[in-house]
Design a protein around this ligand. Structure first.
Ligand SMILES: Cc1cc2nc3c(=O)[nH]c(=O)nc-3n(C[C@H](O)[C@H](O)[C@H](O)COP(=O)(O)O)c2cc1C
Length: 569
């Protein structure tokens, strides 16, 4: 049985006095010519005279539905205004503009902190509070034991607000905006002469390179050392020469050696394998620190091979400025406005132990043999800022990358899809919440199937109605609790390819996927109404007018927890 054959448990009626609708229980069916009481105006009337014929009734007028949902309706988020000051959109411009707009969401840490664990402890304290402020560390003791000449930043795209700001969008539509910009047309990059490229303000070659001079962070206790985690690893495929960019973690083993984790399904891994088959070394560059519109665009998941610099230009809204590499040839291009560019080569068959590493599911991914990048040059801006993603802590970035792809795929099957959200509770990967404006009981299943096929690491899909706030785990769980029966509404698909980093999957990443239809039956069927206090009264009553303001401000309602926090004894 599915929701198509569900018969309503309630008997609906429309008051003959005030015309508002309500319902009584099925036991009225057993009674002889029963009377019902209108809960709104108090009128008594014969049920037989006012009963609604649901299956033949016209769909409920939109205004009535809206009134039912009013008490919990999500307030529309105001767009985040950005200033377009003109000039080059780079990392610094973003940091400056964001801080100007949201000064309380940026912290500057002047105290001397070690790159080993201490900076990540600061970020972790916020993570435990569910907060992801942008933090700039000004005095970081690097792996060489010296205060680095460079600043370190974390959480630059730690939450939706920052990404929305980068794309001049709002937190509801930033995923859509990302997709719209990519589809709107790729923009070929423009070449900037080396002398005019800010990333060439400092050029360090060969044996004089010392990556440990940068504030490269060691994040989690079992990470074997200091890692690059916000570097876009860039290379060209040997056949079409399309430039590919993606975030890959890099274990900075020595001043000039980085071991890079390339999971087998990624295009950089394919490129490396293709070079290995040809017996050739692969030229690679990590670039770190750029305007998030550039990093988001360059990191767009696309068909293979695709030009990621063109996608960066599309998302940025103007061509990406690129310049020739120092040591990889004039046809190997790097972003001219990046804070730091690291150039090098990966030789075929040269792999070495890398990891374990605190990964996005918030477990340590195992140690594996990873390709070794031999560094040939580093170029950087004056006073470069070294950026780090707090992988292994919660952030919205990973989910956001998938959101717009899933939105597009689902929209083809179910145009009624309203919102897609990959919540932090699923590490922005494993759970997908879909909000739809349902018109047919078959739509949730179609949406579930489309979503499960969109990304290998998506595990669980929950489809909810458009009165549920998909950004709230609590509301989605409430919809599951009150709108689903799992013999009818649960789809389970065993034996799928899942995430290699899901500790509950098999060694070969075999995983079971599932979807829950947590929607109400489609109109004209009815469902019990959500409780609400009349909206006009809610608007009129302000706690501050009625209760002592100081007492209200003093109250800190703690969250219940049965576990000690990491800092408790
Ligand atoms: C912060 C961050 C770090 C990542 N680290 C890695 C990594 O170390 N190895 C990896 O294979 N994928 C990593 N990923 C995922 C890839 O970047 C992502 O799957 C990307 O789309 C792959 O690129 P492709 O579309 O060119 O295949 C990371 C993603 C993020 C957001």
């Amino acid at each position: 049985m599915n929701k198509l054959t569900l018969s309503a448990r309630e008997i609906w009626f429309q008051c003959s006095h005030c015309a508002r609708e309500s319902y009584c229980g099925q036991e009225y069916e057993e009674m002889n010519d029963p009377e019902v009481l209108c809960p709104f105006c108090g009128a008594l009337m014969k049920l037989g005279a006012v009963r609604l014929d649901l299956l033949n009734a016209p769909p409920r007028p939109a205004a009535r539905q809206a009134r039912t949902a009013q008490a919990t309706k999500v307030a529309p988020r105001p767009p985040v205004p950005t200033k377009d000051r003109g000039g080059i959109k780079d990392f610094r411009a973003f940091l400056r503009d964001y801080e100007e707009q949201f000064p309380d969401d940026v912290f500057h840490v002047d105290k001397e902190l070690r790159a080993e664990f201490e900076c990540s402890a600061v970020a972790k304290k916020f993570d435990e509070r569910g907060e992801y402020p942008l933090i700039i560390f000004h005095r970081v003791v690097n792996r060489n034991g010296r205060v680095s000449r460079f600043r370190a930043s974390v959480n630059v795209v730690g939450d939706r607000q920052k990404m929305a700001f980068a794309l001049n969008s709002d937190i509801d539509h930033v995923g859509e905006e990302w997709a719209r910009r990519v589809q709107g047309g790729k923009r070929p990059p423009v070449l900037v002469p080396s002398k005019q490229a800010p990333c060439k303000e400092n050029i360090v070659l060969g044996n004089t390179v010392d990556l440990w001079e940068f504030p490269v962070l060691r994040i989690h206790e079992m990470d074997p050392g200091h890692y690059i985690s916000a570097g876009l690893l860039t290379c060209y495929d040997p056949e079409k020469r399309a430039v590919n960019c993606a975030y890959h973690r890099g274990f900075v083993v020595g001043p000039r050696e980085i071991r890079c984790y390339l999971s087998p399904g990624t295009h950089n891994a394919w490129n490396y394998r293709a070079h290995e088959e040809l017996g050739e070394e692969m030229k690679v560059a990590f670039w770190i620190g750029h305007h998030p519109a550039v990093t988001m665009g360059a990191h767009t998941h696309m068909g293979y091979p695709s030009d990621h610099y063109e996608a960066a230009g599309a998302v940025l809204g103007e061509p990406l400025r690129v310049t020739a590499s120092e040591t990889l040839g004039d046809d190997f291009l790097v972003p001219a406005d990046a804070e730091v560019v690291i150039e090098g080569i990966m030789r075929p068959g040269h792999r070495a132990p890398e990891g374990p590493f605190g990964e996005y599911p918030r477990y340590y991914g195992p140690q594996i043999m990873s390709p070794v990048m031999e560094v040939t040059a580093v170029t950087h801006r004056n006073d470069a800022i070294w950026d780090t993603h707090m992988v292994g802590m919660v952030h919205d970035y990973g989910g956001m990358q998938a959101e717009h792809v899933i939105y597009d795929v689902v929209r083809r099957a179910v145009p009624q899809v309203q919102r897609v959200y990959l919540p932090r509770s699923g590490n922005g990967r494993f759970h997908v919440y879909l909000q739809i404006k349902k018109t047919h009981d078959g739509q949730p299943r179609a949406a579930i199937m489309a979503t499960l096929a969109a990304f290998e690491w998506v595990k669980h899909v929950v489809v909810v109605d458009n009165d549920i706030d998909v950004y709230s785990d609590a509301q989605v769980l409430w919809a599951i609790a009150t709108r689903s029966q799992w013999d009818r509404d649960l789809i389970v698909v065993p034996g799928c390819l899942g995430s290699q980093l899901d500790p509950s999957a098999t060694r070969s990443a075999e995983s079971t996927k599932a979807g829950i239809d947590a929607t109400m039956p489609a109109s004209p069927q009815r469902y019990p109404m959500r409780v609400n206090v009349p909206a006009d009264v809610m608007k009129r009553i302000n706690l501050e007018d009625i209760l002592p303001v100081e007492q209200l401000a003093r109250r800190s309602v703690g969250r219940y927890s049965c576990l000690p926090s990491a800092t408790d004894d």
